[in-house]
Write a protein that binds this ligand. Sequence first.
Ligand code: CMC
Length: 431
Amino acid sequence: MAEKTATLSIHQGDNTSLEIDLPVYQGSLGPDVVDVGKLTAQGHFTFDPGFTSTASCESQITYIDGEKGVLLHRGYPIEQLAEHSDYLETCYLLLNGELPSAEQKEAFVDMVTNHTMVHEQIRTFFNGFRRDAHPMAIMCGVVGALSAFYHDSTDISDPHHREVAAFRLIAKMPTIAAMSYKFSIGQPFMYPRNDLDYSANFLHMMFGNPCEPSVISPTIARAMDRIFLLHADHEQNASTSTVRLAGSSQANPFACIAAGIAALWGPSHGGANEAVVKMLDEIGDVSRIDEFVARAKDKNDPFRLMGFGHRVYKNFDPRAKVMKQAADEVLAELGIQDENLEIAKRLEEIALSDEYFIEKKLYPNVDFYSGIILKALGIPTSMFTVIFAVGRTVGWVAHWNEMISGSYRIGRPRQLYTGYQSRDYLSVEQR
Ligand code: CMC
């Protein structure tokens, strides 16, 4: 596999140096990758907090070029998928590697549709939560609890079991997400409606009630579908890496996805969409933008402009471009005048022309616009990250499945230890 090698020269204290030859791999796209796996045997580790320079696995699912703003799923640009595909077709693509034929798509959609209900006993879980629990807290608990229900699909060495687990997760996430919202507002849970498509059914479970038929706007359903699609996968981000790490110990798939949900929740990751709207509310008026931009630039102030910056994208986030266009379309179609949108647009202009943001290559990311569009669709702020989790579930499952079906070892990073050297225990009188 490796046609090139790199030599690492480690200078020793005694004027000698240790030369270590390392294989260098070429992917189908992207930079060459130096394999440092053999360093341990030579008495060394690499040090890379935050994994900024570390490829943790080999993968064929998603490719990102952060400099050029490229995002490909199985080779297909995200812009083309957002325009021509839909969420479930993109799920099929991510899981299976190819776009489905008409028959394959129908069979896939049928399978997902047939798994939308959750075990009736799951409903009782919700009563254990406080009504004001954050829906992401409920998602962590309830999705993890699925591992206690589906014993017939947890032999992870069996490809069929893995496939059933994937269907269950993709199908049940919107149901559990909507239940977590209904619980928080004290309304009855809505059973899924299998005559509706994936996104329309989600809106029915979120906003419907048992007293009257749900009326679902096709514009909103289409926008919702596009939001799920734009979040479907993003290679080895924090939550996906968490799912892989948890899965590498051969843990239960539902528990692994719950771990991913936990990692997604933070404001540096999926929690940013909620944080963006809170920030725009806090800014409150266009006249206060300069004040917040100054705070973001102040080293002594922990405040950051939420929805700006990305570990990988250093030019633009292609998802943000599509999301911005979708936000404009939805707001125009629904005739919504949103004050936050005005603030967001002005903030974007100011930040993009500011030396600090230019120099640090901080651009609006997907979460900057998704918050605005979700608000326009009537989704409550506390549900924003939950919606990210629903969309990302397929990515988590696809990566977990890719790992389990290939060769893998338990993930076990090492450390640069800077604590005490060995010392003797002192009795309490001697301390
Ligand atoms: N506002 C102000 N300054 C920033 C921001 C920001 N949003 N983001 C980064 N910086 C500065 C940061 O202070 C640092 O400056 P310096 O070099 O002087 O210390 C420099 O830019 C590099 O930042 P970093 O934290 O080392 O970069 P990172 O790659 O570790 O973090 C990030 C990436 C997305 C966590 C970060 O940009 C951030 O906190 N952004 C706001 C939260 C956000 O929008 N997150 C959503 C990410 S996209 C969706 C997803 O994948 O979940």
